[in-house]
Write a protein that binds this ligand. Structure first.
Ligand code: ZN
Length: 578
């Protein structure tokens, strides 16, 4: 395939197990490698041999991962290319389903191996813990339930994707409607918002039905695995060894106590600037001074160059990493016909190099995405020396510290893109976004705590629980005459349907990022050294140690939240709305 933006990348270390030139898109070439690993395990007679076996397994996993990534990248860079699409789908449909059970078999082989307990500690603690968990939680009777769950997730996405409205003479999808909420003409915003809300409400029955089925399946999955409810199961299954449901509930309390007052203050300021009697749901996205959108750059090359300069200001090591990515064409940034939407960072697991994909069009959002994905890329670069594939990736709670920190650290130098007043406007918007997202995270998380600990609840009770959380975390938005939309607002949150309990991670990570930023204000060099030290550990240590290495506390009680929100408030005070 020569549809990749980058040229041929050599492996970070020469392969020792996977034959060079093996066709990794062909299961017949892959299966013998799994056979060999399975057969070899019982023959390992020393820990050195067993470690070699683990590294060979690692090498195979990385090679397959990179094969999958390359096909995904080629497909998203050329959605109009049939060959790229076929190659990607072939891998997803014919190769990956074969890989999964074989990977699980190797995990089982590892867990049952007599030499396992003799592997060096603490080096293998996390790997051991995670692999054991994977084997322990597996129940064959859950496999068809999980397939059913995935199908319902698909139905949810199909339903959401099918929704359109007729607006200003055109049929538009709901994501396309979002930009009208930034219109300075309030009647346009109102009409756009109400159309979307109404369209969603027409499907309430279907959203509820899909969710009821998901709930039933999840309760069964948890019971099959021997858990008293799905909350307990999900915490295990997500590998949350280092925090409990109770810690999350304390986090919700801390957000209520420390963030909500600031949220209300920001909402009051917005209301005053817009000259409104009350802030309605369609008034939250518009610029409060009715200014046109910021234009940070004309051409994507300018964005790349200015981002490079920002990294030079932040840290020379990071700047070099970004330079390497540019030189190796590991960036595909500009929006063009035939590209998939959105942005992502992907890691080429054998070359141990990151790749960034996005669709930049010249908005401040692009600058934010660039800094965010670069943070993920720096994480990948920092773990290049790690030979155990599993340790080159970290838990999401820490991965997002890498990326969100980079947004905050990079924003200090937005003058590379803007005049000072505009740079402050962008910074203010970013910080307001942080204050707004915490309460939403708490709402979504607390709601799921309620759902999965109230078996047999009715739809009406569920709705009541949601509304109570909206009262607690929603601030001062006036929902009059849209009560039904408010009661069903959670239907919008994909995670509740597709990835239960996966959301609080963003809040936990944001606390880490704010701590890195706070550290950098006191001691920039020290904070950046710690940040990179944390990143370089990959996933080799438990979360509290990753946070600690990066100079942060892994704690989300009021003790941590309070000073961080005070800092954000102080920053906002210095960035007045003009
Ligand atoms: Zn991210």
């Amino acid at each position: 395939m020569n549809l990749l933006p980058f040229g041929k990348l050599s492996e970070f270390k020469p392969r020792q197990f996977v034959p060079s030139g093996a066709d990794l898109g062909n299961w017949d070439a892959i299966a013998p490698l799994f056979d060999r690993l399975e057969a070899r395990a019982p023959q390992c007679k020393s820990t050195a041999e067993f470690e070699r076996w683990l590294l060979d397994w690692s090498e195979l996993s990385a090679a397959l991962d990179q094969e999958s990534s390359c096909r995904y990248i080629a497909m998203t860079c050329h959605t109009d290319n049939e060959e790229a699409k076929r190659a990607y789908l072939h891998f997803v449909e014919n190769v990956e389903p074969q890989i999964k059970p074989r990977q699980f078999k190797l995990a089982q082989t590892y867990v049952e191996h007599p030499l396992r307990s003799q592997l060096p500690r603490p080096r293998f603690n996390v790997f051991d813990r995670d692999t054991k968990l994977q084997v322990e939680l597996f129940r064959p009777e859950n496999v068809p339930l999980e397939t059913e769950e995935a199908k319902l997730g698909q139905q949810y996405q199909e339903l959401v994707g099918s929704l359109t409205v007729q607006f200003q003479g055109e049929e538009r999808t709901l994501p396309q409607m979002a930009r009208f909420l930034e219109e300075t003409d309030r009647s346009v915003r109102k009409e756009a918002w109400e159309l979307v809300a109404k369209r969603r409400l027409q499907e309430v029955g279907r959203f509820e039905e899909i969710f009821d089925k998901l709930l039933g399946l999840r309760e069964k999955i948890a019971a099959n695995a021997g858990f008293k409810n799905y909350l307990e199961y999900a915490f295990r299954a997500r590998g949350r060894f280092d925090y409990t449901p109770e810690d999350c509930r304390k986090f919700h309390d801390a957000i209520e106590q420390e963030v909500i007052p600031l949220l209300r203050r920001l909402q009051a300021e917005r209301k005053a600037k817009l000259g409104l009697d009350s802030l309605r749901p369609w008034d939250t996205a518009v610029d409060p001074l009715n200014r046109p959108p910021l234009r940070p750059f004309e051409k994507v090359e300018q964005m790349t160059e200015r981002t490079q300069t920002i990294f030079r200001h932040v840290d020379s090591g990071l700047a070099n990493g970004f330079k390497t990515m540019r030189e190796n064409r590991l960036l595909d940034l500009e929006n063009r016909k035939g590209k998939a939407p959105g942005g992502y960072q992907s890691t080429l697991a054998e070359a141990r190099l990151p790749f960034i994909f996005m669709n930049a069009v010249g908005l401040q959002r692009d600058v934010e995405t660039m800094l965010h994905e670069a943070g993920h890329a720096f994480h990948a670069l920092a773990t290049r020396q790690e030979d155990l594939y599993a340790y080159r990736g970290a838990p999401i709670e820490f991965c997002e510290v890498a990326s969100m920190s980079m947004e905050l650290l990079g924003n200090e130098f937005l003058e590379e893109f803007y005049a000072p007043a505009e740079a402050n406007r962008a910074r203010r918007k970013h910080l307001e976004g942080i204050i707004e997202i915490f309460p939403w995270i708490a709402t979504v998380d607390a709601f799921q705590h309620w759902i999965y600990t109230h078996p047999g609840h009715s739809r009406a009770e569920r709705s009541k629980a949601w509304l109570a959380l909206m009262d607690r975390f929603g601030g001062d938005i006036d929902w009059r005459s849209h009560e039904e939309g408010r009661a069903n607002l959670w239907h919008r949150q994909l995670h509740i349907f597709l990835h239960p309990f996966y959301y609080v991670e963003y809040g936990i990570a944001q606390l880490g990022a704010l701590q890195v930023w706070a550290n950098s204000k006191r001691d920039k060099a020290g904070a950046l050294t710690a940040y990179q030290r944390g990143l370089s550990l990959g996933g080799s240590r438990p979360l509290p140690e990753l946070f600690q290495a990066a100079g942060c506390k892994f704690d989300f009680s009021v003790k941590t939240v309070k000073p961080l929100i005070e800092m954000v408030q102080k920053e906002l005070d210095q960035l007045p709305l003009k």
